[in-house]
Design a protein around this ligand. Structure first.
Ligand SMILES: [Ca+2]
Ligand SMILES: [Ca+2]
Length: 75
């Protein structure tokens, strides 16, 4: 899967998790929809406002999936 596809997938996940559609994930939304992220919530919430903005969330995705140049894609 290409990084662009990964990003697209994660953006979909973000939209689904963002129940009230304010374009941020509250701790509650994260707990309900993305429990795996909850452990990292404080770290990901860069400005510590208690919400994961789309930018903060995508920063997480980028950190997780950025591959070294020339890495072979999985079959
Ligand atoms: Ca929200
Ligand atoms: Ca934040």
């Amino acid at each position: 899967m290409t990084y662009a596809k990964v990003r697209a997938e994660y953006q979909k996940v973000f939209r689904l998790a963002d129940v009230d559609q304010d374009y941020q994930l509250s701790r509650h939304e994260t707990e309900e929809r993305l429990p795996r992220l909850l452990a990292d919530f404080s770290r990901l919430d860069a400005n510590s406002d208690g919400y994961l903005s789309h930018g903060e969330y995508m920063g997480y995705v980028q950190g997780r999936y950025r591959k070294p140049r020339g890495a072979k894609p999985h079959p």
